[in-house]
Write a protein that binds this ligand. Sequence first.
Ligand SMILES: [Zn+2]
Length: 157
Amino acid sequence: MLLKGSCHCKAVRFSVRSHEPVPFMRCYCSICRKTAGSGGFAINLGADFTTLKVTGREHLTVYRAKLGRGRRSPGQRHFCSLCGSPLWLWDPRWPELVHPHASAVDTPLPPPPKVTHMMLGAKPDWVALQAQRGDARFGAYPDESLAQWHARQGLTA
Ligand SMILES: [Zn+2]
């Protein structure tokens, strides 16, 4: 499906084609939490980088997460430099993909039938785990990709 998104101040707008538009994956890692998840987690979608169209590109700023010992994540987290909204992640290790934050998407997204909770090992105690029966839970990374999950649910758009 075609996703349209924007930052809060609307200086940056984007559209992108997504085969993985269901916002089912909650990531509690410290990077997602600090940069895009005041509720305790962030939700990233899967989309096709070659279809990404951006207006207001001059207002983008990129953060590469600090990993300790001077290392930086290769993942490029894109934000609006004016209002600070987290917009998407692009990683040169998977250059055909782009991961918009669900919070930046204005197109109504399909509600997830189940939720996957990942990086629970990094979840602080104050974040209540809002899990339903049947939700998958992982201390670190899940055992399937965004695309595999969508295929298994029959939800590939
Ligand atoms: Zn903005």
